[in-house]
Design a protein around this ligand. Sequence first.
Ligand SMILES: [Zn+2]
Ligand SMILES: [Zn+2]
Length: 42
Amino acid sequence: MDTDEPPEPEPQPQRWRCCHCGGTGVDSYGDTCRHCDGLGFC
Ligand SMILES: [Zn+2]
Ligand SMILES: [Zn+2]
């Protein structure tokens, strides 16, 4: 049995910059972005 197959690329978890805070994790009021919980991604 020949197992010389190319390894499948593992799907990377996609993280998108938060649409609310723009990735800063802080909203326009200076508070933790409720949309992403301060992570900057959602
Ligand atoms: Zn968002
Ligand atoms: Zn956010």
